[in-house]
Structures are given as C-alpha cells and as structure tokens.
Design a protein around this ligand. Structure first.
Ligand SMILES: [Ca+2]
Ligand SMILES: [Ca+2]
Ligand SMILES: [Ca+2]
Length: 508
C-alpha cells in the first residue's frame, strides 16, 4: 500500500471520528428524553374484542356451532345452517380455520342438492341443526338433520316440513382437521319407525376414545308429542345402534320434550339434559356403561320457557338446554353445568344449574346475566363451556344496552366458584345489530342457538350476526371472537368484584 494513501486514511479516520462524536452529542440526550417521556404512559386495556366473520356469502348463515382441536388450538371448525347452496335451501355448512379464526374456508357437508358427490344424504332437499365436537385425538364429528320439503297441506301457503315425509339425523366425520368430511352416515330416518320427524340432535364423543360417538335427538309423532332418542357408535361413526334407545318414557307422562344436550366426561360417563315442556322442568339422565343404559331421569330445575317470539323481534326464540362438563382432572373435574333461557322475571334471563358431584345432585337456578332483575331487557340463546382451569364461561345474546330492548349484542359471563355466581359480565361483540335484518320482511330467523368452547387459555364463541344487513337486504353471517381470558382477567379488578382467584394448572 503506498505511503500517501495511508496518510489519507488517517485523516479520513479523524474526520469520521469527529462527525461521530458530533452526532452522539445530539442523539444521546434525545434518546434519554424519549425514554423519560414514554415511561409513565401505559395504554389502558380496552376490553374490546376483535370480531371476525366466519362466513361471507350473500345468503343466510345461522345457528352456529364450533369445536376446537385439542392438539392445535389454531385449528377450529364451525358450522351453520347455510343457505348458500345451489337451490338456496338450508344445508349444514362447515368452516375451517388453521390460523386461530382470522380466516376460514367454507364448505357444505357432502350430498347436498346439486352436489356431484353421492352420500347417504343425497336426495334430501334441506338440512340443518349443526353440532360439532372434537375428540382428544383431533377427530371432528359433525351432527345434523336432513329432510324433504313439500307444499304443506295443513298450511297451503307454507312450503316446508310435512308429516309423513322422510327426514334423518346424521353424523359426519373429519380426520384432517375439518378440511373435508369424508364419512357421512345416516343414523336414523323417520321412515324407519313411521314416526314423523327427527329434530334437534346433539352429539358427543368420548374425549379419550374417538370411536365412541353418542347422539341424542327429539322425535315428534304427529308433530305433537315427542320423545328423546339415543344411539351410539363404537366404531368411529361408521355404524350406529339400532333401534335407538328411548331415554324419556311416555308412560311416565314425559310426552313433550325438546332441546337436548349431551356430553361425555373424562371417565367416559355420558350426561344428557333436556326440557320437558309438559312439566316445565329441565331434566337429566346419566349412563355409566357407555350408553348401554341410562338412569331414570330426574328434575334439575323448574323452568319458565321464554315466549316463542320475544317482544321486538320477528325471529323465533325457542328455549333449549346447553350442557358442559369440567375436564380439568383436578378436584372440580366432572362438574356439570346446564344453561337455558328463562322468563321468570317477565323478561328473558340466562339461567344455569350446576352439579358438583357428577350428576348426583343439582343446584340452581342461578341468574347468569348481572343487570337489574326484571328490567324488561332480554338475554337468550346461552351456550356454556368450562376452561381447563375449571372456570365456567356462559355466552348469550343480550339487549341490556338498548333501552328499547331491540338491538342485540353478544355477551360473556364468567364464574370462578363453580357456577354459584357470575360476577364478570362483558360484551364481546364489537357492535350491536338488529335480528330483524336477518331476512327481507318479517319472516326473520337467526337460528335456535349459539356456540362457545374453552381451552386452557382462551374462550372462543360464535353467533349469528346481522351487522352488514338491513331490513331491505337481509343477510346473516356467523361471527367469531377469541377472548384470551387470562389476559382479560389480569386487567379486571377482581378484588373489587369480591373474586378470589388464582390460575390453576389443569391436571391434563
Ligand atoms: Ca351470509
Ligand atoms: Ca333479562
Ligand atoms: Ca327482516
């Protein structure tokens, strides 16, 4: 290297060092100031939860259900009555996410009218009553009903379900995280027994053995009396017990039942609840032999069913039970929680009863929504889930923020003491909406229920929402929210609410 170049390098180095010092003398004090200014500022927790649309298509989606893959919480499958079909009639739709609910794919259970694929559902004209569950090995089961339709002779202007036409309950299965449902099996059809209509089924899977799948449903005779039927599969939904077991006994006077729910606990016990609309009681039965037989049904709680149409709404509001069990493998494991809508105080409230001895006895009802009793504002369509630390989460439609008792929001209540009290009530829809915008005109419909599931760190819920619709352009979508509940609880003043709570690791 020539000597002249070295001299130039030294001069250049000195100049660079002077410039660097000059820059530091300006920048360093500035950095210090910025830090001082930012330190005392802490952003307030908003308690606003971002809602995501599950469905996007132009026609109606209602009556949502959701299940979560225990091995991959980013993988969830939701379902709805989906009218986005070639014929425009309802069919069970499924929606799958692999990114925690931010984006969803949309599909229909195979065999829908116009489908090129033939399944056991091919030939039925419509379907619905979607219910999803997921076993611990990640197998998703999807239950629903399918039916034919015709001009109803008893209601000449009505195109609908006709006594004597065939309909069925079915269970479909997905072993690829809900990307497809390749096994679709009809469990029972109306023509099998010449009874008239199978309705409102619910499905459960043994958490530890996905081959054991259980189905309950109502069967109506002449659309007047109904019984609760049960069938089980021991081979992963390929075959089902035949004929079904009757859980309720007409001979005992239980002739008008509906709104059933079923769960399986960690010890393989099966629990079933329903409403007897003859005696107005929430009822319960249990099987300790994997559905071989059931205990004699018992009363859980008296019920005052909410009106078929609540005030200020042209959509029906049936009363059903929803049931959840504690899977924590701690001292609360096996606790049971049943929720329903109740009209005791002259408006609709969310009620709950609990059993802390695995169905041996029940306590309740407890009023879940914490607004003023008898204020004329309605809560309805509750769903219930237990997180793996034993907290009880109930979600429901709520009109408490509209003095006219019309606009709907979706709310979340939490119990820290096994369902005895629900001191935390939070709004989780990020807007309010009008249920009468679900259809053009007055024949509105937002489904018959909503859905919630919980894990060790989150509570996810789905509901039917009309936020993008209007009275002249009715359309509903399924909306989804994921509440990171541990983070939420950190920001609540639980002490002020009288709550003593400490996070409890699940024994799972
Ligand atoms: Ca839609
Ligand atoms: Ca109320
Ligand atoms: Ca309307």
């Amino acid at each position: 290297m020539p000597l002249g170049d070295k001299k130039k390098q030294i001069i250049a180095f000195i100049i660079a060092a002077i410039i660097l010092l000059a820059i530091l003398s300006v920048v360093v004090p500035t950095l210090g100031k910025v830090e001082e200014e930012e330190e005392p500022e802490e952003e307030e927790y908003s308690f606003v939860f971002k809602n995501y649309p599950v469905t996007t298509r132009d026609l109606d989606n209602n009556e949502p259900t959701i299940a979560i893959n225990p091995n991959d919480h980013l993988n969830m499958v939701a379902g709805s009555n989906d009218y986005n079909t070639p014929q425009g009639d309802a069919w069970p739709g499924y929606y799958t996410t692999h990114d925690g609910g931010m984006t969803w794919s949309e599909g229909l259970i195979p065999g829908y009218p116009g489908d090129s694929e033939t399944t056991q559902l091919s030939g039925f004209k419509g379907g619905g009553d979607p219910v999803l569950v997921c076993a611990n090995d990640g197998t998703f089961y999807y239950a629903g009903i399918a039916f034919e339709r015709a001009i109803n002779p008893f209601n000449p202007i009505g195109f609908g379900l006709v006594p004597g036409l065939d309909n069925c309950v079915f269970v479909a299965k997905s072993t690829n995280g809900g990307d497809s449902f390749d096994q679709v099996v009809v469990v029972w059809t109306a023509l099998h027994s010449l009874v008239r209509f199978n309705d409102k089924e619910w499905v459960a899977v043994d958490p530890n053995d996905s081959n054991y799948v259980y189905l309950v449903w109502s069967i109506f005779t002449g659309m007047v009396t109904s019984r609760l039927l049960f069938s089980r599969s021991t081979d992963g939904g390929q075959t089902w017990s035949f004929p079904p077991t009757t859980i309720t006994e007409t001979n005992d006077g239980e002739i008008n039942i509906q709104g059933s729910a079923i769960v399986v606990d960690n010890d393989a016990n099966i629990h079933v609840t329903w409403i007897d609309f003859g005696s107005n009681q929430v009822r319960y039965a249990k099987s300790t032999n994997r559905g071989g037989s059931f205990s004699t049904p018992v009363d859980v709680s008296p019920i005052d069913p909410i009106p078929r149409y609540l005030p200020n709404g042209n959509y029906r509001t049936p009363t059903m039970t929803m049931l959840a069990v504690d899977y924590s493998n701690t001292n609360t494991s096996g606790n049971l929680y049943v929720t329903w809508g109740d009209y005791t105080h002259g408006d609709s409230d969310t009620y709950l009863a609990y059993s802390h001895d695995n169905g041996g006895s029940w306590t309740g009802p407890v009023r879940v929504n914490n607004d003023t009793e008898g204020n004329g504002l309605d809560q309805f369509f509750p769903a219930v889930a237990v997180s793996t630390d034993g907290l009880v989460h109930v979600t429901f439609y709520d009109r408490r923020n509209d003095v006219n008792n019309t606009l709907l929001e979706y709310w979340w209540a939490i119990s820290f003491d096994g369902g005895k009290t629900f001191p935390v009530n939070l709004r989780i829809s990020d807007t309010s909406f009008n249920g009468d915008h679900s259809r053009d005109g007055d024949n509105d419909f937002i489904g018959d229920y909503t859905g919630v599931v919980a894990t060790n760190d989150s509570v996810v819920a789905v509901w039917c929402d009309t936020r993008e619709a209007s009275e002249s352009d009715g359309d509903t979508e399924i909306y989804f929210v994921n509440m990171p509940y541990l983070e939420v609880l950190e920001h609540l003043d639980l002490e002020a609410l009288g709550v003593e709570w400490e996070y409890r690791e699940s024994g799972v």
